[in-house]
Design a protein around this ligand. Structure first.
Ligand SMILES: O=C(O)CCC(=O)C(=O)O
Ligand SMILES: [Fe+2]
Length: 208
């Protein structure tokens, strides 16, 4: 166990892919966990997405703003993307790239990883915008696999994401395959009050 022995430093594991460990202070993480709980009490619920081929995702998710279903965006919005989350997304891009570049996310996927949940290698490719993808992690640590734009296979780089970490992939890395092959149960700060892992992913659909 090397956990805590080495400082986790800001890194750019691939051009355009920026990892900022501990970007969100613990208080802000707690607020986000509370907000994610609240999202699930509204008209939306965390559900296992059923894929067109019949597969069922192990992750449970809900979508704020423009509704994503595999593999397209609908015209509908069930719950608006909160303005504070848009602002957080802008701040995240500014942190990663030095400027927010006018980032205007209109959709967010909130993913909950319970026992044994994983996410296979995929591209976020239903967006027409080349704007970056912003990912925030809460709760248990995980392995985030950052692949290449050509296919699901190697080469890839495994990055460990922990609670409060920011990961932005845009520019040359915008269309890379990526996934979460592993979550480490029970690795979150108990004071966060979350069992499992939450991920908030903000995107710009580029649709009117
Ligand atoms: O959970 C993560 O860190 C990644 C989520 C993801 O890739 C997605 O929702 O498209
Ligand atoms: Fe993704």
């Amino acid at each position: 166990m090397t956990e805590g022995l080495f400082p986790r430093e800001r890194a750019e594991p691939a051009p355009g892919a920026v990892h900022v460990p501990g970007w969100l202070p613990l208080g802000r993480q707690r607020e986000l966990v509370a907000a994610c709980r609240e999202f699930g009490r509204g008209p939306l619920a965390y559900r296992h997405t059923v894929l067109p081929g019949g597969g069922v995702m192990s992750v449970r998710s809900l979508c704020l703003g423009r509704t994503w279903v595999p593999y397209r965006y609908l015209d509908s919005v069930v719950v608006e993307l909160p303005e504070w989350l848009v602002a957080l997304g802008r701040a995240a891009v500014a942190e990663a790239y030095g400027s927010d570049g006018g980032f205007a996310p209109d959709t967010a996927l909130v993913n909950f990883y319970g026992d044994g949940a994983r996410m296979g290698m995929h591209q976020d490719k239903e967006e027409r915008s080349g704007a970056p993808v912003v990912s925030l992690s809460l709760g248990d640590r995980c392995v985030f696999r950052l692949g290449n734009s050509e296919g699901r296979g190697r080469p890839w780089t495994d990055v460990e994401l922990a609670s409060g970490d920011l990961f932005v992939f845009g520019r040359e890395s915008r269309w890379v395959y990526h996934g979460v092959p592993r979550v480490f149960p029970g690795t979150a700060d108990p004071s966060l009050g979350l069992t499992g892992r939450l991920n908030i992913t903000l995107r710009e659909t580029g649709r009117p």
